[in-house]
Design a protein around this ligand. Structure first.
Ligand code: MN
Length: 312
């Protein structure tokens, strides 16, 4: 997935240490993806006043759609991408030499670290529906070597009325084997009645409703995100349907996020952009595209400015 907005928003992922439980619904916004014959995705994160949930700093929901996803090679830095399909198939190729099919139920995790490039093309395998999330890397891992992993056998937490497939982190002591760099959680939750999921109170959490569900007593429409803050030990769910739980330790660092880059400051982003435009070695080459790639958009004419979490 690439952030293809012509004038991408500048986001400072800022953690204020608000240590309390809240319940606030956020609406997604429609963003075209993949050029002129684009599919449209619902951008759930970042939100104007909610740049991060734990280390999660980006969440797109797409489909179900018969339109093709055709995203040419583009770069990333300072983050991990999680691709999670509910239906359809995506062909993932990256500059590490990965050339794989992404299928439903299988976690695809790409760690960009100091730099990676990848492409994503849907295949004719029925309507395409899924999520892509980005997790910001902490300071000590931001420049790590790039990596790609697939996890086909993910653990499942089960309790009356609910199952949760754990993509990242842990739910109720059930832990994903995927490589995480911060205390984080991501889980695909299926609700079949009244249910309770255990939460870590030191984490902040949010729930993306994939179907209409009651979450902590709040009716959440499909496609909407309920932000829950920190301080909760459990998540009460009711109804029938699917949701995605995301959370983690509130992210400690200030981050500048622009286009497909996450960095610590303006200069880091300027360098990453210049390196991509120059074809620098740090991003490598994605085989099979004859040099076709997505050019970086122009930087704004001002220093990349912060966007902060709303307080109070
Ligand atoms: Mn991408």
């Amino acid at each position: 997935m690439s952030n293809l907005e012509a004038a991408p928003d500048v986001t400072l992922c800022h953690a204020e240490g608000d240590d309390h439980a809240v319940a606030e619904v956020f609406e997604p916004r429609a963003v075209p993806l993949g050029g002129l014959r684009a599919i449209e995705v619902d951008r759930v994160l970042p939100q104007r006043f909610l740049p991060t949930v734990g280390a999660w700093c980006f969440l797109d929901s797409f489909g179900p759609d018969d339109t093709r996803m055709r995203v040419l090679p583009h770069p990333h830095t300072g983050l991990q991408t999680v691709t999670w399909l509910l239906s359809g198939e995506i062909h993932h190729r990256d500059s590490l030499g990965s050339d794989v099919l992404v299928r439903p139920g299988q976690l695809n995790l790409m760690t960009a670290g100091r730099g990676v490039a990848h492409s994503e093309f849907s295949r004719d395998a029925g309507p395409l529906r899924g999520l892509q999330l980005w997790a910001a890397l902490p300071a000590g891992s931001a420049a790590t070597a790039p990596a790609f992993e697939q996890q086909a056998e993910l653990p499942v937490y089960a309790a009356p009325g609910v199952t949760a497939t754990v993509l990242m982190g842990s739910v109720g002591g059930v832990t994903s084997p995927a490589t995480a760099h911060t205390p984080i959680v991501g889980a695909d939750v299926t609700v079949t009645g009244a249910a309770v999921l255990p939460l870590r109170p030191d984490h902040e959490h949010a729930v993306l409703a994939l179907d209409p569900l009651a979450v902590t007593g709040v009716e959440v429409g499909a496609g909407r995100l309920l932000y829950l803050g920190t301080g909760r030990t459990e998540l009460r769910l009711a109804g029938t349907g699917r949701a995605f739980l995301l959370g983690g330790e509130p992210f400690p660092d200030e981050l500048v996020m622009w286009w497909n880059f996450v960095g610590r400051d303006h200069e880091e982003i300027v360098t990453a952009r210049a390196d991509w435009e120059a074809g620098a070695d740090r991003f490598g080459v994605v085989a099979g595209h004859d040099g076709a790639r997505i050019p970086a958009p122009d930087l704004p004419g001002v220093r990349l400015a912060p966007r902060r979490r709303r307080t109070g």
